[in-house]
Design a protein around this ligand. Structure first.
Ligand code: HXC
Length: 520
C-alpha cells in the first residue's frame, strides 16, 4: 500500500471530531448567536490571543448526565472552550463559555474544564481571563452543577492576589455565573450584550412585582455607574477584548514578579510647564485632575478603571519611565473630590490590588473631607472609609503622594499620609493641610466671640484670614516632616520618577499573620 496516498482513518476520525468540537452547538445555534449580535466562543478566543498562539485543552470532554434527556444532548467540549496562548507575547490562560451549547450553562464537566485551566494558570503563574456567556448552573444537573460553581469560586479565591484574574461579560451571566466574575480583579461588561444578575427580570416580577428589562437590571451601565460591580463598560466585544489586552500590559504575570518595562519615546525627565497655573485662585473652584495626571505620566497614557463609578475619585494605571504605577487621585471637578462610601471602597480595592501585584501607588490629593449626612452615616461611611485607611496602611509597595491643594481632616489621614506609611509625601506650594476648611474652623473655635460681636461678618472675615495665614499652606506639615518637600509644579514628573527610582528595592514587612481582618 502506498502510505502517502492513503488517508489514515484514525487521523480522519480525529479531524472529524475536531471539526465537530469546533462547531459547538452546531451551525443553527452559531447563526442564532450571530443574529443576537454576539461572537462565538472561538471567535472571542481568536480576538483575545496573539495570532496562532492559542492551544486548546479538553476539546473532547463530554458531560455524563442522563436526567431530563441530557444523554441525547451531548456536544464535544461541552459548553466552554479552554486553553492557553500568548497575549502581547506573554502567556495567559482563558476560558470562553459557549452559549450555543445548552445556553453556556455550567455542567460538572464544564466546571472541571474551567478548574483544570485555573489550576494550570496558578501552577504556571500567569493571568486567567474568563469570557462569560452563560445561563448559570445547568438546571438538569442539579447539585453537580452547583458543586461545579463551588469548585470555581474556591479557586478564584485561592488565586486572588497570586495571579491576575479578569472577567468579561459577553452574554447573560445569570445566577452562579455572576459570582466567579465578582471574585476576580476586573470585570468588563459589553453594552446591550452582557447582563449580570442573581435573579432575572421574570423572577423579580414574580417575587416583587417590579418590572425591569434585562439591560436596565444588569447591563453594562447599570453595573458600571450604579452598583460598581463592573469596572468597564464597552460598546462592542472588540473594544472589550482590546481593553483586556491593554490592561494586561500594566500587570505582572503573578505576585512574585513585576510588570515588564515598556519602552517608549517618553522616557526620562521633563518639565511640566502647563501645571504652573492649573490650581484656580479660589480654593473651592474645580479643576480637572486628569489634566495633571496626563501631563506627568509617560505618553499621556492613563488607563482609567471604574471610570463611571464614584467619579469623585480617579483610579487607574499609568507608567513612569516605562514602569507600571497605580494612580489614586481626587477629582475636584466632581463633588469637589469629596470622600464618600463609593469613593472609599473604589480606591481601597484598587490600592489592595496594586499592593498584591507589586505596583507602586501614586496618590494625588485634593480632598475637602468625608461626605457629611445621614445617608452616608447610615450607609456605613465609618466602616467603608476604614477600608481605605486599612488598604493604605497595609500596602507595602512604594507609596508616593502629592498634595495639590486641600487635605482636610480625616481625609488628610486616609490619603497615603506619612503616619499611614507614606514613603514620600510631596506638596505643591498651593497645598493646605488642616483639620477643616477655614470657614468651618472659625465657626467652631470662635463661636462665642462671633455671637457677642456687633459686626460678626467683619470679625468672621478677619478670623478666617488669620486661620488661613496660619494653617492654609503646606509649611506647617513640612515643618514637622509630614510633608517631605514642597515642590515646584513644573518639577512634578521629575520628582516622582526620582522617588520611584529611590524606592525601587523597597522592603517593608508586615507582622506575620494568617490574614488581617479588614472591616468588610
Ligand atoms: C440549562 C439552559 C440554562 C440553564 C439556558 N439554557 N439556561 N439550560 N440550564 N441554566 C438553555 C435554554 O433552555 C435554551 O435551550 C438555550 O439554553 C438558550 O436559552 P434561551 O432561553 O433560548 O436564550 P435567551 O432567550 O437568550 O435567554 C437566556 C437566559 C435564559 C436569560 C440565560 O435562558 C435564562 O433565564 N436561563 C435561566 C437562568 C437561570 O435562572 N439560571 C440558573 C440560576 S441558579 P433550548 O434547547 O430550548 O434552545 C444558579 C445557581 C447558583 O446559577 C446561584 C448562586 C447565586
Amino acid at each position: 500500500m502506498d502510505n502517502q496516498n492513503t488517508i489514515d482513518p484514525k487521523l480522519t476520525k480525529l479531524n472529524e471530531l475536531r471539526e465537530e468540537s469546533s462547531k459547538g452547538g452546531g451551525e443553527n445555534r452559531i447563526n442564532a448567536q450571530h443574529k443576537r449580535g454576539k461572537l462565538t466562543a472561538y471567535e472571542r478566543i481568536e480576538l483575545l490571543f496573539d495570532d496562532n498562539t492559542f492551544e486548546e485543552i479538553d476539546p473532547f470532554v463530554l458531560h455524563r448526565s442522563t436526567d431530563f434527556g441530557l444523554e441525547k444532548n451531548k456536544f464535544l467540549g461541552d459548553a466552554v472552550v479552554t486553553g492557553y496562548g500568548k497575549i502581547n507575547n506573554r502567556l495567559c490562560f482563558a476560558y470562553s463559555q459557549d452559549f450555543t451549547v445548552l445556553g453556556g450553562s455550567l455542567s460538572e464537566a464544564v466546571s472541571q474544564k474551567i478548574c483544570k485551566c485555573m489550576d494550570l494558570a496558578m501552577k504556571s503563574g500567569v493571568p486567567i481571563i474568563g469570557l462569560i456567556d452563560s445561563g448559570g448552573a445547568r438546571i438538569q444537573e442539579g447539585i453537580d452543577s452547583l458543586n461545579g460553581y463551588s469548585e470555581i469560586f474556591f479557586r478564584n479565591t485561592r488565586a486572588s492576589g497570586v495571579i491576575p484574574q479578569i472577567s468579561a461579560i459577553l452574554g447573560p451571566a445569570a445566577g452562579g455565573a455572576t459570582y466567579s466574575p465578582a471574585l476576580t480583579d476586573f470585570i468588563f461588561v459589553v453594552q446591550e450584550i452582557g447582563q449580570m444578575y442573581i435573579t432575572g427580570p421574570d423572577v423579580i416580577k414574580a417575587v416583587t412585582g417590579e418590572s425591569v428589562s434585562h439591560e436596565e437590571l444588569g447591563g453594562a451601565l447599570a453595573h458600571s455607574t450604579k452598583s460598581g460591580v463592573s469596572h468597564f463598560a464597552t460598546e462592542s466585544e472588540e473594544e472589550c477584548i482590546n481593553k483586556i489586552r491593554k490592561l494586561l500590559t500594566f500587570l505582572p504575570s503573578n505576585n512574585m514578579e513585576t510588570t515588564p518595562i515598556v519602552n517608549s519615546n517618553d522616557i526620562g525627565k521633563r518639565k511640566n510647564e502647563s501645571l504652573i497655573n492649573i490650581i484656580p485662585e479660589a480654593s473651592n473652584q474645580p479643576y480637572d485632575m486628569l489634566e495633571i495626571i496626563n501631563e506627568i505620566i509617560d505618553n499621556n497614557d492613563f488607563f482609567q478603571i471604574h471610570e463611571l463609578f464614584a467619579k469623585n475619585i480617579i483610579v487607574g494605571f499609568s507608567r513612569f519611565n516605562g514602569d507600571s504605577v497605580g494612580i489614586v487621585a481626587q477629582q475636584p471637578s466632581h463633588l469637589a473630590g469629596i470622600l464618600d462610601i463609593d469613593a472609599s471602597v473604589k480606591a481601597a480595592r484598587f490600592v489592595r490590588f496594586c499592593d498584591s501585584f507589586n505596583i507602586p501607588i501614586l496618590t494625588l490629593i485634593d480632598v475637602p473631607g468625608f461626605m457629611p449626612g445621614t445617608s452616608q452615616e447610615y450607609g456605613g461611611i465609618i466602616r467603608h472609609g476604614a477600608k481605605l485607611i486599612y488598604a493604605y496602611a497595609e500596602a507595602t509597595v512604594p507609596k508616593i503622594s502629592l498634595l495639590t491643594r486641600k487635605a482636610y481632616g480625616g481625609a488628610y489621614i486616609v490619603m497615603s499620609s506619612k503616619g499611614l506609611g507614606g514613603d514620600v509625601n510631596y506638596s505643591w506650594p498651593s497645598g493646605q493641610v488642616a483639620v477643616m476648611g477655614a470657614e468651618g474652623a472659625v465657626n467652631v473655635i470662635h463661636r462665642k466671640k462671633l455671637d457677642a460681636s456687633e459686626t460678626p461678618d467683619e470679625l468672621r472675615k478677619n478670623l478666617v484670614n488669620e486661620y488661613e495665614d496660619i494653617f492654609m499652606n503646606p509649611y506647617v506639615a513640612a515643618s514637622r516632616g509630614l510633608i517631605d518637600n514642597v515642590i515646584d509644579p513644573t518639577e512634578t514628573r521629575n520628582k516622582i520618577i526620582q522617588s520611584l527610582d529611590m524606592l525601587k528595592n523597597k522592603r517593608d514587612i508586615i507582622p506575620p499573620k494568617k490574614h488581617g481582618s479588614i472591616p468588610l
